[in-house]
Design a protein around this ligand. Structure first.
Ligand code: ARG
Ligand code: ZN
Length: 868
């Protein structure tokens, strides 16, 4: 019963406005909806299908007349109304039960408060409705609840009245003047405290900013508030987009399936992306909070004012909004470092997805559960596609396209084609071929070869694109054609390392293969290809270790400078892994060691860049480059390199650590953040020495840290070791932060990602810890989710890791399908492993598939995996 993109039909009726009444009660909330509908002139049907799930229908009336059972049909997933007039008011009354709703979709309770999550299709769990994004309407919402337990009652838009009722309850009315799709509806009620601020728009309108949290967290909101203010300013400066209501609210909740939700005027956030104090949140947490706050704020224009016609268009708002938040963070921090972080994330997550059973185009063709398509592909690859328009058009051309997009489509629900047309029309550019980026799945390979003609002084790069085959016959993988690839190229003088200016720029590869010739040269240059990662491809280029080391030292493009180092390290680590497998004695490559030493002593780069350049590729990224992933050999090889590098550069690393550690009391300016990042990379190398001195260095940092960044970094290093300091630190950490769930998540996670051989036993033990709960997604992700990312331990040869995951997927699936489906996706790469592991994972997948009454979310992932 998949939904197909090609099946899109406009609705039979539009909705002019809706009035919702909530009589809140944990077990029996009464929801009354009055929907004014009007027949769609293009359709002639008098039949209306309303979506509805898990609702106890009390009554339905049309224009004030209660319907008999014969005048409507209740079916699985909704209700059908027959013989409706051209326009009418439909009133339904339903009961829902927030306290028993563990799916965290629809209306549910979290820490005793009421809260909603409607995207993608949660609104139908609140009332019968045309729960589809192309039906936009205005909402008036009345909330009544007990004044004691629910002093605060929030919904979208403006609060227009408030009064006490006589039975100890009170009532509030909210009205949102902007038409919106149902997925942007939100309601929050409970015992919350508010951290307030203001923002004055460029047009001098005052906006009240309110961050609502549980009372004990009221001192942890300032960073989120400042992040919001920065985001509002940035969107005005860069895109000319101002906020449109007089109030902007953010609520932090502990139980949330995703990061956050952009509900109009009332964002709901996973508390992880709001709450921060230096003692409880790391520098990375601070950065993520700023980025997620920005992301949700930017949705107000890219998502809310202009929304998606149907869910297949999700990347229209998500790809674009991720691109916008990436640009924002680049402007707040360092563009080079941000780009490296984003591409690492893309390669580690999206590339894997795009080569396995879940491979899909950024605009999918079909789904069983839409929730399964909030993916790295739709979000991150989608953002890369948007970035390519920006690369081709430049910032100004991109802005012209955005302006036209809003001019044409404000207050409407549109498609990815509409966006592409706006970019093209505003700039008089033909983007027809870009359509392929929306309809084809898989990561293109860009093969580049070079030729040097000394006689003519010509250097040529031949670029060829292709798609590696995907076995599963997924939609979007047949008959794939070449995609337009903007490839940023530069040439460096091989002697001096200087940039040869006249040859730098972007070439457009629009066909399968093309040769680009650069003339007027006196010696063979060194090419830097795909600068800034200008297209989301796997680059295949034969380069000597020497050339890579050269680029690592001289490239003027920071991204490629970093990437050259990663490519070199990958080559050497894969060789080393083969060596491990063949029982050879490993040796640290002199070339790599020299290059590492140069980076270490290079004072021209900032500390954050240096931290990245000194970090070896992750085991999961290395695994992708193997024909058959061998987690054990990879782990051994990488550990060997870490230890040997630490031994070789022990004195330099120690001196650098001392220098960075002498910064004194915690500060959170960018320079201090960069220095902490480098310091903790250096500490990780030193800890690989596993000498008493290095262990006490780590333990000292743990004990003396005045901030969570340093504390957590030290704790994760200790967690890998087999020393008394490990248990001491874990115990002390738990004791200190016992009452702070977000910090306790970190405590679970450092143990789950430990490289220790007994990690799986520890994880099992931790599932019996009183603080572990399958009802809280953050906690499940911090233990079970983190464990699945621990390549060497999750893929332990006896299959115990697989069994553990499958057991938890089955424990969770009926209560929270979305969460279970995310977890089970860890099996998606099973074809990449040896036969024994493949069979073990396949058996667990089969065991899950055969589970009686399996939810459709998990069913969809597991079936795709099994048929791959
Ligand atoms: N629109 C939200 C965001 O990216 C994510 C909501 C995801 N919801 C879901 N059920 N998968 O900001
Ligand atoms: Zn989003």
């Amino acid at each position: 019963q998949p939904v197909l993109r090609s099946d899109y039909q406009p609705p039979a009726y539009w909705i002019d406005n809706v009035e919702l009444d909530f009589d809140l009660d944990p077990r029996e909330t009464l929801v009354t909806a009055r929907i004014s509908v009007r027949r769609n002139a293009q359709q002639s049907s008098s039949t209306l299908d309303l979506a509805g799930e898990n609702l106890k229908l009390q009554s339905v009336a049309v224009d004030g007349k209660r319907l008999e059972q014969t005048q409507y049909q209740l079916r699985d997933g909704g209700m059908t109304l027959l013989d409706l007039p051209e326009s009418c008011v439909i009133e339904t009354k339903v009961l829902v039960s927030p306290v028993t709703n563990k799916s965290l979709s629809g209306l549910y309770q979290t820490s005793g408060n009421f809260c909603t999550q409607c995207e993608a299709v949660g609104f139908r769990r609140i009332t019968y409705f045309l729960d589809r994004p192309d039906v936009m309407t205005t909402y008036r919402v009345t909330i009544r609840a007990d004044k004691q337990t629910c002093p605060v009652m929030l919904s979208n838009g403006n609060r227009i009245s408030q009064r006490d009722l006589d039975d100890g309850r009170h009532e509030v009315v909210w009205e949102d003047p902007f038409p919106k799709p149902s997925y942007l509806f939100a309601l929050v009620a409970g015992n919350l405290k508010c951290h307030r601020g203001t923002f004055t728009t460029r047009d001098c309108r005052n906006v009240a900013l309110e961050i609502w949290v549980e009372p004990q967290n009221i001192d942890k909101c300032e960073h989120a508030l400042v992040s919001l203010q920065k985001s509002m300013k940035w969107d005005e400066d860069v895109f000319g987009l101002q906020y449109d209501l007089d109030i902007y609210m953010i609520v932090a909740v502990n139980d949330f399936n995703m990061g956050a939700m952009e509900n109009k005027g009332l964002n709901v956030f996973n508390s992880k992306y709001v709450l921060a104090l230096p003692d409880t949140a790391t520098d990375e947490d601070y950065m993520l909070i700023e980025a997620v706050i920005a992301h949700e704020y930017f949705h107000n224009w890219t998502g809310n004012r202009v929304t998606c016609r149907d869910w297949f268009q999700l990347t229209l708002k998500e790809g674009l909004t991720v691109f916008r938040d990436q640009q924002f963070t680049a402007d707040q921090t360092s563009a080079a470092v941000k780009r490296i972080d984003d591409v690492s994330g893309l390669r580690a997550g999206q590339f894997v997805e795009d080569s396995g059973p879940m491979a899909h185009p950024i605009r999918p063709e079909s789904y069983i559960s839409m929730d399964n398509f909030y993916t790295a592909t739709v979000y991150r690859k989608g953002a890369e596609i948007i970035r390519m328009y920006h690369t081709i058009l430049g910032a100004e051309g991109f802005r012209r396209g955005m302006d036209l997009y809003f001019q044409r489509h404000d207050n409407s629900a549109v498609t990815c084609d509409d966006f592409r047309a706006a970019m093209a029309d505003a700039n008089n550019v033909n983007f027809d071929l870009f359509d392929r980026w929306y309809s084809q799945a898989g990561t293109p390979e860009l093969t580049v070869s070079e030729a040097w003609d000394a006689a003519k002084g010509e250097y040529a790069l031949t670029m060829t694109q292709s798609y590696p085959p995907l076995p599963g016959g997924n939609p979007g993988t047949e008959g794939r054609k070449p995609v337009p690839l903007p490839v940023r190229v530069g040439l460096l003088d091989a002697e001096s390392g200087e940039e040869i200016e006249q040859h730098g720029g972007v070439v457009m590869l629009q066909t399968e293969s093309e040769t680009y010739t650069f003339g007027g040269l006196t010696a063979k240059p060194i090419a830097s290809v795909l600068r800034g990662f200008s297209a989301p491809v796997r680059l295949r280029m034969q380069r000597s270790n020497q050339d890579l080391a050269f680029l690592m030292a001289h490239d003027t493009d920071s991204f490629n400078r970093w990437d050259a180092g990663q490519t070199l390290a990958t080559k050497l680590l894969l060789d080393a892994a083969t060596g491990v497998k063949n029982g050879e004695k490993l040796k640290l490559s002199q070339e790599f060691s020299d290059a590492f030493g140069r980076v270490l002593s290079d004072d021209s780069v900032d500390e954050a860049f240096k931290a990245l350049a000194l970090t070896l590729p992750r085991e999961s990224v290395l695994g992708q480059e193997m024909d058959v992933i061998d987690p054990d050999s990879l782990h051994t090889a990488r550990q060997f390199y870490r230890t040997r590098l630490a031994e070789t550069f022990q004195s330099e690393l120690t001196a650098l650590y001392k220098n960075l550690a002498a910064d004194g009391a915690y500060k959170n300016d960018q320079k201090s953040i960069n220095r902490r990042r480098l310091k903790n990379v250096v500490l990780a190398y030193l800890s690989a020495l596993e000498t008493p001195e290095s262990v006490s260095l780590v333990a000292d940092q743990f004990n003396q840290a005045d901030n969570m960044t340093d504390k957590q970094a030290a704790l994760s290093l200790l967690a890998n070791l087999d020393v008394p300091a490990r248990d001491e630190a874990l115990t002390a950490f738990y004791k200190k932060y016992q009452s702070d769930p977000l910090v306790i998540d970190k405590w679970f996670a450092v143990q789950a990602v430990s490289s220790r051989a007994d990690t799986i036993e520890q994880v099992k033990q931790l599932t019996t810890h009183p603080d572990f709960s399958v009802d809280n997604p953050n906690r499940v992700r911090s233990l079970i989710g983190a464990f699945t990312q621990n390549q060497v331990r999750f893929h332990q040869a006896d299959g115990a890791g697989y069994k553990l995951l499958a057991d938890y997927v089955l424990k969770i699936e009926s209560a929270n399908p979305q969460l279970a489906a995310r977890l089970v996706a860890a099996f998606n790469s099973y074809r990449r492993f040896d036969e024994t592991r493949q069979t073990q994972m396949q058996n667990e997948l089969k065991r899950i598939a055969e589970h009686p009454g399996l939810c459709k979310d998990v069913h969809e992932i597991v079936q795709r995996a099994l048929h791959f």
